[in-house]
Design a protein around this ligand. Structure first.
Ligand code: MG
Length: 175
């Protein structure tokens, strides 16, 4: 009897099946391009070079989702040699990736991100970026983190020649 109870307790207390994923991306910062981060256009002197809109943050989000499910990476799915993806809004990639992770039986529990850039300061834009990522992933804003870090003027990011982003995601099994 005790054994049965113990087994029932163990079964009910078992955690849901979870997967964690990480994603990273870096893009060159150049004049004559728009600066789009987290799906939000930010007024700036320079923007991110890329085959798509260069949104390093959404690219990191995509890679975190794909990595958690063992579905490869954004370069596998959307090669930068493919003309179909030229100038693409990176929200398109997030939609496509989310469709794949959902089909594989996973939903997002939460996502946390960091953007590394020297200028402009992202303080005034962080809420809009968080809300945009939440909307793209179908999450409450409380389940999305967007943080910004400077590199204290060190290296290519600190020298305003690049912007990088890191994302970590937690997925929960749905089926
Ligand atoms: Mg990229």
């Amino acid at each position: 009897m005790l054994e049965v109870q113990a087994r029932l307790w163990y079964t009910s207390a078992m955690p849901q099946e979870l997967r964690a994923g990480i994603g990273f991306d870096i893009h060159r910062l150049v004049r004559g391009r728009r600066l789009v981060l987290g799906g939000v256009e930010i007024p700036a002197e320079s923007g991110l070079l890329g085959h798509s809109d260069g949104d390093a943050l959404l690219h990191a989000v995509c890679d975190a989702l794909l990595g958690a499910c063992g579905l490869g990476d954004i370069g596998d799915l959307f090669p930068d040699t493919d003309a179909r993806f030229k100038g693409r809004d990176s929200a398109f990639f997030v939609h496509e990736v989310l469709a794949r992770t959902s089909k594989a039986g996973w939903k997002v529990a939460n996502i946390d991100t960091i953007v590394f850039l020297e200028r402009p300061r992202l303080g005034p834009w962080k809420r809009a970026m968080r809300d945009r990522i939440a909307a793209l992933l179908g999450l409450a804003a409380a389940n999305v983190g967007v943080k910004a870090k400077t590199m204290e003027k060190l290296g290519p990011i600190g020298g305003r020649r690049a912007v990088a982003a890191l994302a970590q995601v937690l997925l929960v099994r749905t089926k």
